[in-house]
Design a protein around this ligand. Structure first.
Ligand SMILES: [Zn+2]
Length: 482
C-alpha cells in the first residue's frame, strides 16, 4: 500500500491538499461532467444528496476550489483550503465563527466550531468577481470528518483497540456534540441561495432510527450448565431476584423453538410494539460468528429460537442485520463469512430485504480496514460510527453518506449511517454515567434536538438486554416520544 500520509508531518506549507495518485494539475470540468478527481467526485455526490442540485467542483491550483452550478452562471470560490484536512497525523487548529453576526442563520443558534482554522477573516463570505468567496474550507472539513482521516494510523487506542473520543479533535476541542458538517453545510446552503436565488434546495425531514444489537437475546436460554448456574445465582443473590432459581432452569428447558416470554432479556416484542406506536422501524443486528469466546454471543443464528425471532422481526416489518463479532473489525474475510452466514439463515427463513447492514460489536472500528470488510461482505451500510465513551457526532454529521477510503483515495459501494447515541454511553458508569433519570433524558433529548435542527437522523442504539428495569423502559420510551 502506498503511504499517502506522513504521520510525522505538520501542516507543511507545500503539502499536497489531495491524496497522491490523483492528478494535481488544474482540472477543467465541463458542466454536467463529474470531476475526474475521486475526492471531488465524491464531494459532488455528497453535495448533490444534501442540496439536490447539480453542483460541480473545479480545482484551481492547490489553494482554490470553485463550486459551480451546472445550469446557472457564476461560482462560489473557496480560497483558503486547509491541506491538513487531507493528511493523517496533523494536529489541526480550531476556532469558532459567529454566523449570526454576519447575517447567516446558525442551525443551532450557537457559534459554529471551525476545525482547521486558527482564526477566520471577517467577513467570512464576500462578493468577488463572478460570484461569492468563502474564506473557510467547508468542503475540506466535510471530507476530513466524513472519511475519518484523523483515525488513519491512530496512535492512541483504548483497551478494545478503539480510537477514543478523548483523542479526537472534536473531543479535545469540545464539539463532539455538534453536527459540525451539517451546520457548515447549512451555511453553505445559504451562500448557494445568495449566489443562485432561483435554485430550489432539497429539504430534509428529521427521522429517528432505533436499532438494537443482539448481544444477549436470552438470559438463560443458551447458557451452558456452569454458566447458567452462575447467572442464576448472580440474579438470585446479587440482584435479589430469588425467582431466578426457578425461572432460569424453566426458561433454559423451554427455549427450544422460541425465546421464552419470562426471559428478562426477551424484550423484542416490547421494542417492536414501542417502535410501531411511534411509526418507526427497528433494526436488530445479530452476531453470526465467534472470534472471541468471552466477548461474543452464546447463541448461534441457526438455533430454532433465533430463526423464529428473525422471522418474527421480519414479519412485523422490522429489519434484520449483522453484528460482526469481536475481532472482525480487522478481519475482512471473517466479516464476509459472517455476513454470508446471516444471509443464508435469512434465505432459509424466507427473509428478503432490499438492503443489508450492520454494526460492529463493541463499536470496534479501524479505518479503513473495517470499511474494506464491509465491502467484501457486500453489505449496503454500516452504522457503527459513534464513540462508546461519549455520544455525539463522530463523523460530524447525522446524515447517511457514501463511504470513502481515505488511504486508497477511493469511494466505496457502502453507505455510512452515523450512530449518534448508544444507551450505555449515556447511562453506564463506565462512560458518562448519567444513570436512567432526568439528566440522561436531557442528554438524549439534546442530541435528538440537534439532529432535528439540521433535518438529519437520530440513530439510537439501545440493546434489547438493557430494558430489564422499569426505569430503563421509561427512559427509552421518553427518548422516542420526545
Ligand atoms: Zn455488541
Amino acid at each position: 500500500m502506498t503511504a499517502l500520509y506522513d504521520r510525522n508531518s505538520q501542516a507543511r506549507p507545500n503539502a499536497s491538499p489531495i491524496p497522491s495518485g490523483v492528478p494535481q494539475k488544474l482540472s477543467v470540468v465541463s458542466p454536467g461532467v463529474t470531476s475526474s478527481e475521486p475526492v471531488l467526485a465524491w464531494l459532488e455526490q455528497v453535495l448533490q444528496e444534501r442540496f439536490g442540485l447539480p453542483l460541480l467542483l473545479e480545482r484551481d491550483g492547490p489553494e482554490r476550489l470553485y463550486l459551480r452550478h451546472a445550469e446557472a452562471p457564476g461560482h462560489i470560490l473557496f480560497d483558503r483550503l486547509q491541506p491538513g484536512f487531507y493528511l493523517a497525523g496533523v494536529d489541526l487548529p480550531h476556532c469558532q465563527w459567529e454566523a449570526t453576526e454576519e447575517g447567516f442563520d446558525a442551525p443551532l443558534d450557537l457559534p459554529l466550531p471551525a476545525p482547521g482554522a486558527a482564526s477566520l477573516p471577517r467577513p467570512l463570505v464576500e462578493p468577488a468577481a463572478g460570484g461569492l468567496t468563502i474564506h473557510y474550507d467547508i468542503l475540506g472539513l466535510t471530507y476530513w470528518m466524513l472519511s475519518r482521516v484523523e483515525e488513519v494510523d491512530a496512535q492512541v487506542l483504548d483497551r478494545h483497540c478503539r480510537f477514543p473520543a478523548s483523542a479526537s479533535h472534536a473531543g479535545r476541542h469540545g464539539y463532539l456534540e455538534r453536527p459540525v458538517v451539517d451546520e457548515w453545510l447549512a451555511v453553505l446552503g445559504q451562500v448557494i441561495r445568495r449566489q443562485w436565488p432561483q435554485a430550489q434546495l432539497r429539504q430534509h425531514e428529521f427521522t429517528l432510527r432505533p436499532s438494537h444489537d443482539v448481544d444477549r437475546p436470552s438470559r438463560y436460554g443458551f447458557a451452558r450448565d456452569v454458566k447458567l448456574a452462575r447467572v442464576m445465582l448472580g440474579d438470585a443473590l446479587l440482584h435479589r431476584r430469588p425467582q431466578a432459581l426457578l425461572v432460569g432452569p424453566w426458561v433454559r428447558l423451554c427455549t427450544r423453538r422460541r425465546l421464552h416470554p419470562l426471559d428478562p432479556l426477551n424484550t423484542f416484542d416490547w421494542l417492536m410494539d414501542v417502535s410501531e406506536r411511534h411509526g418507526l422501524t427497528s433494526a436488530f443486528y445479530f452476531i453470526c460468528g465467534r472470534t472471541d469466546p468471552r466477548k461474543d454471543a452464546d447463541y448461534e443464528p441457526e438455533h430454532p429460537a433465533m430463526r423464529h425471532l428473525m422471522r418474527r422481526i421480519h414479519e412485523r416489518g422490522h429489519e434484520v442485520g449483522l453484528h460482526p463479532s469481536y475481532h472482525t473489525f480487522r478481519n475482512p474475510k471473517e466479516l464476509a463469512n459472517e455476513a454470508e452466514r446471516l444471509r443464508r439463515v435469512c434465505a432459509e427463513e424466507g427473509i428478503e430485504q432490499a438492503q443489508w447492514g450492520g454494526r460492529m460489536h463493541y463499536l470496534r472500528w479501524q479505518m479503513p480496514l473495517t470499511l474494506q470488510g464491509y465491502e467484501q461482505a457486500g453489505l449496503d451500510y454500516d452504522t457503527t460510527l459513534s464513540y462508546a465513551e461519549a455520544p455525539g457526532f463522530r463523523c460530524g454529521t447525522c446524515f447517511d453518506y457514501p463511504a470513502f477510503d481515505p488511504v486508497k483515495g477511493e469511494p466505496l459501494a457502502l453507505r455510512i449511517r452515523p450512530l449518534i447515541a448508544m444507551e450505555a454511553s449515556v447511562i453506564s458508569p463506565l462512560y458518562l454515567g448519567l444513570g436512567t433519570g432526568e439528566e440522561a433524558f436531557k442528554r438524549f433529548s439534546m442530541l435528538k434536538a440537534r439532529c432535528r435542527a439540521v433535518g438529519g437522523t437520530f440513530t439510537l442504539l439501545w440493546h434489547n438486554s438493557e430494558l430489564t428495569t422499569s426505569a430503563q423502559r421509561e427512559l427509552y420510551e421518553r427518548v422516542l416520544s420526545d
